[in-house]
Ligand binder design. Structure first.
Ligand code: FES
Ligand code: FES
Length: 162
């Protein structure tokens, strides 16, 4: 079986790996590299469970071949915590009960991190629009919107890192 060398930086850690050309990024992250915080739902680009940031932009990692991420910087949910401190978005989900089964949560958080980067003071409508590519099977959207709103407030008050 043909294999390709790929270099990925994940949460600041450099990885050189050799993978089958057809290997999806989400499978490489979870399988070869052990970043199992990124979940797999639909595997067809619909649910957003597999969302990670690639060079700062949210991507559904089930829609990309690992080779397409060669040389990229990837951020996963494991990278949100810094120096033992939760990211404001993690605090928001925890305090506002934004997770039920928690399966969609990592993808929701990565999308929300980008949303708040683009729009630090979103309305509830804008939060809903920004998260529309991420599905929660528990239908807990109300608290998820509260969680993102609370993270935005925390980030404004300057109490936590970005
Ligand atoms: S698993 Fe990637 S979008 Fe659903
Ligand atoms: S919390 Fe259950 S899928 Fe979202």
């Amino acid at each position: 079986m043909r294999r390709e060398d790929v270099s990925l930086t994940v949460n600041g850690n450099e990885h050189e790996i050799s993978i089958e050309p057809s290997r999806l990024l989400v499978h490489t992250l979870r399988g070869e590299l052990g970043y199992t915080g990124t979940n797999i739902g639909c595997e067809s680009g619909v649910c957003g469970a597999c969302t990670v940031l690639m060079d700062g932009k949210p991507v559904k990692s089930c829609t990309l071949l690992t080779m397409q991420a060669d040389g990229a910087e990837i951020e996963t949910v494991e990278g949100l915590k810094t120096n033992g401190e939760l990211h404001p978005i993690q605090e928001g989900f925890s305090q506002e009960h934004g997770l039920q089964c928690g399966y969609c949560t990592p993808g929701m958080m990565m999308t929300a991190v980008d949303l708040l980067k683009q729009n630090p003071d979103p309305t509830r409508e804008e939060i809903r629009d920004g998260l529309e590519g991420n599905l929660c099977r528990c239908t807990g959207y109300q608290n998820i919107v509260n969680a993102v709103e609370s993270a935005a407030e925390k980030m404004h008050s300057g109490g936590s890192h970005e």
